[in-house]
Design a protein around this ligand. Structure first.
Ligand code: ATP
Ligand code: MG
Length: 431
C-alpha cells in the first residue's frame, strides 16, 4: 500500500477553519497600508541566488545556512526568496522606478528559510514587507513606525508589543565602531560562545544580539555604537525620537539592537513581544540607503520593515470576540426534484438581489433532516428551505439557525428583505 505523502517539515497548511483569522488580519493590513497611501508590489518567489548573496551579505545567518538554493534545468543557481527587500529593490531598479521618484510599497507572501522549525519559526512563513524609496529624513522612518502602531491598535494587540529603536550610524561610523568593539571582545574572549567566536571574524556587531546568559553582563558593558555616531546620524536619530515623543508612541532605545542583515544604516527598529517565547520579534526594519548602490543603482534612500504574519496571528488568537467573517451566510435546503430546479433559480435570484451574500446551496440530495444538519454545520445564519409545499404555493421558508425564532414561510420578496439585513451584520461586513 502506498504511504501518504506529507507536507515538508516547517511548511504548514492553513485549513478552512483558520482562514477567517488570516483574512481578518490581511484586511486590516490592507486598510492601514491604504490609509497611508502605500501601493502593492508583487514579485516572483524565486530569484537568482546572486541577488541574495549580494544584498543580504555572505556572512549572515540567512545566506550562510538558511537559504533554499537549487540549480534549475539550465544549471542556473536559483533561491526561494528568504525575504522580500532584495527582490523588491531588484524589481524597482529593473523597471526604472527609482529615477527622481518617491515610492511607498508593500508586498505580502511566503518566504523560505531552512531553520529549525518551532512555534513561531517555520521554513515557509508569511511576511508583510514594506519598502519606501527616495526619502532621506527621519520623517519617513517615523511614518513606518506610526503605521505599525496604528495596526497594533486596530488589531487590539497594542499592549502586547513594545517598540525598540537604535541607530547604526553610517557605514563609515559603523566600521570605526566595529574595530573598537572587536578589541573589546578580544579582551573578553574567554566569555564568548562558539557562535560569537565565529562572528568575531565575520559579523562582530551581531554578537551584541547574543542570548547566551553567561555573556549578558559583558555585553551590557560593551561600548555602545550610539557614542560613536557623528552629528548627522545623531540628528537623524533624534528627529525620529522627537516625532515618536510628539505623537506619544512609547519606545525603548536598545543599544544592542543591530539586526542580522548587512545593509542597514542609521535607524533600526523592532516591535517585540514577551508572549511568544524566544520568537519575540514580530516586526523588524530600518534604513538601508546603501543597498541601492550595492545592487547597481544610483545613490538613493530606502527604509522599510518586514513583519512575520504567523507571529502576529499568534498574538491575535488571544484577543477575545474578533469579528471574523462567516464563510456562509445562508444555506439552501432543496428537497425533491422540482424543488431542486426551482431552488437553483431562486439561489441565483438571491445572489443578484443581495450583493455580497454568501449563499451555499445543498448539492448531492439527501433527506430534509440531513440537509438541515449540513446547514447548521455550515455556520450559516439562516436556512432557506425549498420543498414541494413551497414550490406548490410559490413561497419560500426561512429558519434562523442561531436564534429561537420559529420558521417562517413567506413570498420570495420578503425573504430577500430578510437576507438583505444580513449585510448589516458586522461579521458579514468584514468580508
Ligand atoms: P529572528 O531573529 O526571529 O530569526 P530575523 O532577524 O531573522 O528574525 P527578519 O529577517 O528581520 O527576521 O524578518 C522579519 C520578521 O519575519 C521577523 O521579525 C519575524 O517576525 C519573521 N520571521 C523571520 N524568520 C521567520 C521564520 N523562520 N518563521 C516565522 N517568522 C519569521
Ligand atoms: Mg532569523
Amino acid at each position: 500500500m502506498a504511504t501518504n505523502i506529507q507536507a515538508i517539515r516547517g511548511m504548514h497548511d492553513v485549513l478552512p477553519d483558520q482562514t477567517p483569522l488570516w483574512q481578518y488580519a490581511e484586511q486590516m493590513l490592507r486598510d492601514v497600508l491604504g490609509s497611508y497611501g502605500y501601493s502593492e508590489m508583487r514579485m516572483p518567489i524565486v530569484e537568482k541566488t546572486e541577488l541574495f548573496k549580494r544584498s543580504i551579505g555572505e556572512v549572515t545567518d540567512i545566506v550562510e545556512k538558511e537559504m533554499y538554493t537549487f540549480e534549475d534545468r539550465n544549471g542556473d543557481s536559483l533561491t526561494l526568496r528568504p525575504e522580500g527587500t532584495a527582490g523588491c529593490l531588484r524589481a524597482c531598479l529593473e523597471h526604472g522606478l527609482l529615477h527622481n521618484q518617491v515610492h511607498r510599497l508593500w508586498y505580502y507572501g511566503p518566504m523560505y528559510r531552512h531553520e529549525r522549525p518551532q512555534k513561531g519559526r517555520y521554513r515557509q512563513f508569511i511576511q508583510l514587507g514594506v519598502e519606501t524609496y527616495g526619502m532621506a529624513g527621519p520623517d519617513i522612518d517615523a511614518e513606518l513606525i506610526l503605521m505599525m502602531h496604528r495596526l497594533w491598535k486596530k488589531l487590539g494587540i497594542r499592549e502586547k508589543v513594545r517598540l525598540q529603536v537604535n541607530s547604526l550610524g553610517t557605514i563609515a561610523e559603523r566600521l570605526a565602531y566595529r574595530e573598537i568593539l572587536v578589541s573589546y571582545f578580544q579582551e573578553h574572549k574567554d566569555l564568548l560562545d562558539a557562535d560569537s567566536l565565529r562572528r568575531l571574524e565575520t559579523n562582530p556587531l551581531r554578537i551584541l544580539d547574543s542570548k547566551t546568559p553567561a555573556m549578558q553582563d559583558m555585553l551590557t558593558e560593551a561600548p555602545a555604537l550610539m557614542d560613536y555616531l557623528g552629528v548627522e546620524s545623531l540628528q537623524h536619530f533624534y528627529g525620529l525620537i522627537a516625532t515618536l515623543t510628539d505623537l506619544r508612541v512609547d519606545y525603548e532605545i536598545n543599544p544592542r539592537l543591530v539586526r542580522g542583515l548587512d545593509y542597514y544604516s542609521k535607524t533600526v527598529f523592532e516591535w517585540v513581544t514577551d508572549e511568544l517565547g524566544s520568537q519575540g520579534t514580530v516586526c523588524a526594519g530600518g534604513r538601508y540607503d546603501s543597498l541601492i548602490e550595492q545592487l547597481g543603482g544610483k545613490p538613493n534612500y530606502a527604509v522599510g520593515f518586514a513583519m512575520g504574519i504567523e507571529r502576529v496571528l499568534a498574538l491575535l488568537e488571544t484577543v477575545p470576540d474578533l469579528p471574523l467573517a462567516r464563510s456562509v451566510d445562508a444555506y439552501m435546503i432543496r428537497v425533491g426534484e422540482t424543488a431542486e430546479r426551482v431552488g437553483t433559480h431562486l439561489a441565483e435570484a438571491i445572489r443578484d438581489a443581495v450583493p455580497g451574500i454568501k449563499l451555499q446551496v445543498n448539492c448531492g440530495g439527501g433527506s430534509f433532516k440531513s440537509q438541515f444538519k449540513k446547514a447548521d454545520k455550515s455556520g450559516a445564519e439562516y436556512a432557506i428551505i425549498v420543498g414541494d409545499d413551497e414550490v406548490r404555493n410559490e413561497v419560500v421558508s426561512i429558519k434562523s439557525l442561531r436564534t429561537e425564532q420559529p420558521q417562517q414561510t413567506l413570498p420570495q420578496a420578503e425573504i430577500l428583505a430578510i437576507l438583505n439585513t444580513l449585510r448589516a451584520h458586522p461579521a458579514a461586513a468584514q468580508s
